[in-house]
Design a protein around this ligand. Structure first.
Ligand SMILES: [Zn+2]
Length: 95
């Protein structure tokens, strides 16, 4: 009887990074601040850890929504023209 085949990753630890570390890395990853090596370590963790993948997908979705909101920002000039047009219509309807 040998110990061979019984050696796996210690419980709660996957690859080079654990969950806490991978979540921390996630934010840097999304900001594009991770080195190539660090990204690979995080990817390895995500390949094996479903809870972290769920968090990753949530963060990614959240950022996408925020980015979309910012894209819809109305330029001040257009906003002023719309406000003027509304004022104009209001004055007309009052007379
Ligand atoms: Zn994890």
């Amino acid at each position: 009887m040998t110990e061979e085949g019984r050696t796996g990753p210690p419980s709660g630890e996957w690859g080079a990074v654990d969950c806490e570390e991978s979540i921390h890395s996630l934010y840097h990853y999304l900001d594009g601040e991770l080195t190539e090596e660090r990204r690979r370590e995080l990817q390895t963790h995500l390949d094996q850890c479903a809870p972290c993948v769920a968090k990753y997908e949530f963060e990614t979705e959240l950022r996408r929504v925020i980015a979309d909101r910012c894209k819809d920002h109305v330029p001040d000039e257009l906003r002023r023209r719309v406000a003027n047009a509304i004022d104009h219509e209001r004055l007309k309807s009052q007379s």
